[in-house]
Ligand binder design. Structure first.
Ligand SMILES: C[S@@+](CC[C@H](N)C(=O)[O-])C[C@H]1O[C@@H](n2cnc3c(N)ncnc32)[C@H](O)[C@@H]1O
Length: 253
C-alpha cells in the first residue's frame, strides 16, 4: 500500500520517516519529496507491502508528532516511477509549461479537476483580462481556496464551477473553449471515455486538450484515447532528465 505523510519538517530524513512507520510494520520504501534546492516539500511517500499494516499505520500514526511536527497520513494512489518528481517539476514550472503547451492571451481555458488551482491561476495570468478560465472540481473547499488565492492576486477572470461526481456533463455550450487542462485527475474519474467525449464537445475546432495522465502513464492513456478517434495527437512534453513514466501530452480537436 502506498501512503502519504504530510506536515513534515524541512530537514526530515528518509531514515526518520522509516523508523516512524517501522513501529507498525514492514516499510519497503520511503521517498521524501524535495524541491530543486534539496529541501523537503513537507511530505513523503511511504510504501508498506502489507495492506493491513498500512491501514494500521493510518489509524495509529495519523496526527502524531514526528521531529517536532504533527503529521497527517493517508492512503494514496499508486504512482509510476518518476511520476512524483514530474509532478513537482510541473508545479515549479506551471507558468512556463502552460505557455509552452499553447495557452495564450485572450483564450478561454477550462481546468477540469482544478483542485486548489495551481494551473487555473497560472492560466488566468497568461490569458489576461480578455481571456477567461473555468475552474471545475467536485470539492467545494478546493474551489473556495482557489477563489481566495485569485482574489489575493487581483485575478477576476476565473469562474469556478462545482461539479457532481455522478456525472461528467459540463454546463457549457458546444465549441466554446480554446484549451482544456486535464492534469492529474483522470485516475479519479470512473467514466473516463464519457469525460473525454464531453471535453471534445465543449472544445472549439482546433482547440487543445492538454493531459498529465498521472497514475495512468502515457502509454496506457494513449491506448485509451486513440481508439476514440476524436483528438489528434500533437506532442508529448517533459524534461528528458526526469525520465518519467508520465508527461504532458497534447492533442487537438
Ligand atoms: C490530484 S488533484 C489534481 C488537482 C490539479 N489538477 C493539479 O494537478 O494540481 C485531483 C482533483 O480532481 C478532483 N476530482 C475528482 N473527481 C472529480 C470529478 N468527477 N470531477 C471534477 N473533479 C474531480 C479532485 O477533487 C481533486 O481536486
Amino acid at each position: 500500500m502506498q501512503l502519504y505523510i504530510g506536515g513534515l519538517s524541512e530537514g526530515i530524513t528518509e531514515d526518520e520517516v522509516t523508523t516512524f512507520f517501522s513501529k507498525i510494520g514492514t516499510v519497503e520504501r520511503v521517498r521524501v519529496i524535495k524541491d530543486i534546492s534539496g529541501k523537503s516539500r513537507g511530505f513523503a511517500i511511504v510504501r508498506m507491502p502489507n495492506n493491513a499494516e498500512g491501514e494500521e499505520a493510518i489509524k495509529k500514526l495519523n496526527g502524531l508528532m514526528l521531529a517536532g511536527r504533527r503529521v497527517q497520513i493517508g492512503r494514496m494512489h499508486e504512482t509510476l516511477p518518476g511520476e512524483m518528481e514530474f509532478r513537482e517539476w510541473l508545479r515549479d514550472n506551471a507558468h512556463q509549461v502552460l505557455e509552452k503547451v499553447g495557452v495564450s492571451s485572450g483564450q478561454t481555458v477550462l481546468d477540469f479537476g482544478c483542485g486548489p488551482g495551481l494551473f487555473s491561476i497560472a492560466s488566468a495570468i497568461i490569458v489576461g483580462h480578455r481571456g477567461k478560465v473555468y475552474a471545475l472540481d467536485v470539492h467545494p473547499d478546493a474551489l473556495e481556496h482557489l477563489r481566495k488565492a485569485a482574489s489575493r492576486k487581483g485575478l477576476d477572470n476565473i469562474e469556478t464551477m462545482l461539479l457532481d461526481r455522478s456525472t461528467v456533463s459540463i454546463e457549457l455550450d458546444n465549441d466554446t473553449v480554446d484549451v482544456v487542462l486535464l492534469y492529474d485527475v483522470l485516475q479519479e474519474i470512473p467514466d473516463k471515455l464519457g469525460l473525454l467525449k464531453e471535453l471534445h464537445r465543449i472544445l472549439k475546432r482546433g482547440g487543445l486538450l492538454s493531459v498529465f495522465p498521472m497514475h495512468l502513464g502515457t502509454d496506457k492513456f494513449l491506448t485509451m484515447i486513440n481508439p476514440l478517434g476524436l483528438f489528434q495527437f500533437r506532442e508529448r512534453y517533459g524534461p528528458p532528465e526526469l525520465q518519467s513514466a508520465s508527461e504532458v501530452i497534447n492533442f487537438t480537436k
